[in-house]
Design a protein around this ligand. Sequence first.
Ligand code: CP
Length: 320
Amino acid sequence: MTNPSIKKINGDFKDKDILSTLQFSKKDIDILFDTTDKMKKLVLTKGGSDILRGKIMTALFYEPSSRTFGSFVAAMQRLGGGFIPLQGMTNSSAAKGETLSDTIKTFASFSDIIVMRHPEVGSVHEAAEATDLPVLNGGDGINEHPTQALLDFYTIKEELGKIDNFTITFFGELAHYRSINSMPKLLYQYPKIKMNFVSPKQVGLSKETKKFLQEKNIRFTETEKIDDVLSETDVLYVTRVKKEFLPEVLYKKVKGQYVVDNNMVKKMKKKSIVMHNLPRIDEIAIEVDKDPRAVYLRSEMKNGMYIRMALIALVLGKIK
Ligand code: CP
């Protein structure tokens, strides 16, 4: 953990920036998941509450987003808070050339918490340094997407009924997919989780994440062939080829190489799951959506709202 703006949670979420999954210990994950269970129950029984009445979140999205933006906004509203929605930034003064630091200071004047997505690595750290308000990372370039990793891990726990002792296979374009950098930095703490990384060679696991796993002495495999690991896989974690971050020649080469269809899912364990952060382009055939193991449309997305409700409430100190 080299960046000074990353602070460990250490059981106390209040006023912390959430920039990286490296901030979370196993105890912090337990606190967050227990709170998320309560948020889910709250929504299912009462629709929400007003514990965040009087609080405002700025949602500052310099990059397109449906799920992260929508679920953060819904999370705030479900808990009685308000929000300032900035999506695309074309209608803000960022379009006139305002610096990120000034933009953050501006919205910090009006709100209590900021969630942000930005195309540049390091942008969320710059934002966190510009304000005392908590800044939540909704995706920074090809670096991290910590709340996505947290909701995915929560979904795995819910669907498999356990938090350890399973095999997860990351499948597709891994080099530019930010949750592929965030997930291993959570999962490495659980000694019985095995991680496989399956990808075309040109877009494999990032050097930084590979180095991290090696330094922690974590057991993992890398291969180009899904058949090497499919039968042992409990969680198939499928990725999109990130057109926005790839040179066109490489995008054309990699696109459509790794596709999940019913023939592939048939070879998986009966009790296993297929995940995808979405949006999906053509990495998972539509026919797979009906398989009970496909959780990307059934539970993974909704869990994004529950986990973000829990995170906002904890960071704003409205839940102990
Ligand atoms: N999973 C995810 O981050 O989706 P969006 O890009 O739609 O927010």
